[in-house]
Design a protein around this ligand. Structure first.
Ligand code: GLA
Length: 389
């Protein structure tokens, strides 16, 4: 951030000091991709890339937002809040206010200045951080006493209704529930969750940012969701007990294959296999061993995302291929919704430097592209920021 402190920038914009300063992190996902909206399992973590917010109630009926990183402001009366044209940065936060209003909360006017260091379009969920930060901040400022899971769900609804992406709960959950040094498994059906320590003395989770985001990402995302729903409707005719892909087995899918057709069959098969892989990874993490086996599961996840779910792209495939021969790398896969963003790599801690050199050189040689990399630190979820340094 280019200003001395966020509080100072807030005061300059709005003429008074903030009442609350907080941070909302981005996330990684070790494994469990495109499983969240299928009632499945995910294994994300919050990271030390974050968006910071300074907020206060302003005694009017107006919401005033200042996006410091792109020098933009937006102002609207609470009563007039409605979705803005697609792609507008204010949609995420307005969507959260709309969600609170829908739940019957009284939301008066407030000021909010924010900025951060989550590269947008990188698949680290800057949008979830934007939503969750405002949800947490308003819950606090207005003493609404909504529980943290409700804040995650409300933020997810903002993404559906204001950003028009029919996402699952993973990103918002990770931003709010992250714990330093841990990944967290969420069962998206029961909403039960469990933390697993991640031992950074043995390995690190390293992101390689392809630097691309394909324009079709959002529409293809929504299409995958529909294809899965189509699969469930057919599977259900065969077995009424199947209400989501969480209930289906590979045998169920084989039996319904002819009716589902090739594409839907592939989508369903991927989701069922990916849920199993999440369980295989958590079993190994619980034993605290076998990074090589965890790595193989990451490679298998990538293969499924590329060949069955078909959400990868050329650049991500190049990065995943390179990882197979990179020093110290146990496994790699594309991360997040797909069609760009980052690969996640599981790398031996003592070889991270060699790994990075190899990947940067390889990406340059094969695609003539510069590779940004990031060695993640697993961080706490959304919370008040007492020290702005
Ligand atoms: C995006 C969505 C998440 C999840 C992932 C894919 O990040 O926001 O809900 O579906 O894609 O796993």
């Amino acid at each position: 951030m280019e200003y001395p402190t966020l509080s100072a920038a807030f005061t300059q914009h709005f003429g008074a000091a903030p009442a609350l300063v907080l941070r909302a992190p981005g996330r990684i996902n070790l494994i469990g991709e495109h499983t969240d909206y299928n009632d499945g399992l995910v294994l994300p973590a919050a990271i030390d890339k974050e968006i910071r917010f300074a907020m206060r109630l302003n005694g009017t009926d107006r919401v005033r937002l200042a996006a410091l990183d792109f020098d933009a402001t937006y102002e609207v009366a609470v009563a007039d809040i409605a979705p803005l044209p697609d792609g507008h940065w204010a949609n995420y936060q307005l969507g959260v206010v709309a969600g609170l209003l829908q739940r019957g909360a009284q939301v008066p006017g407030f000021d909010c200045a924010f900025g951060g260091n989550i590269p947008s379009g990188s698949g680290m969920s800057s949008s979830a951080a934007l939503e969750c930060g405002v949800a947490w901040g308003l819950n606090n400022l207005l003493d609404l006493r909504l529980d943290t899971m409700t804040l995650a769900q409300l933020s997810q609804t903002a993404e559906h209704e204001y950003a028009k992406v029919m996402c699952g709960l993973m990103d918002q959950f990770a931003s709010l529930f992250g714990r330093a040094g841990h990944v967290v498994e969420l069962d998206c059906r029961s909403l039960e969750y469990k933390y697993f320590p991640f031992d950074t003395s043995a390995s690190r989770l390293v992101l390689c940012n392809s630097g691309v985001k394909h324009a079709l990402a959002d529409s293809e995302y929504n299409k995958r969701r529909e294809e899965c729903a189509e699969g469930v409707a057919i599977l259900q005719k065969h077995n009424p007990a199947i209400t989501s892909l969480r209930d289906a087995t590979l045998a169920d899918i084989d039996a319904a294959q002819a009716e589902m057709g090739e594409v839907v069959t592939k989508r369903c098969r991927y989701v069922v296999e990916e849920n199993q892989r999440v369980q295989d990874v958590t079993a190994r993490l619980a034993e605290g061993k076998s990074l090589a086996e965890v790595g193989e599961l990451l490679y298998a996840s990538h293969a499924g995302l590329r060949d069955l779910y078909q959400v990868s792209c050329k650049e991500l495939d190049v990065l995943e291929r390179l990882a197979h021969n990179a020093p110290g790398c146990y496994g790699a896969r594309m991360m997040g919704g797909g069609f760009g963003g980052c690969t996640l790599n599981l790398v031996a801690t003592d070889q991270v430097k060699e790994f990075l050199t190899y990947m940067k050189q390889g990406y340059h040689d094969q695609l003539d592209l510069k590779l940004d990399t990031y060695v993640t630190t697993l961080a706490d979820g959304v919370g008040e920021l007492l020290n702005e340094e």
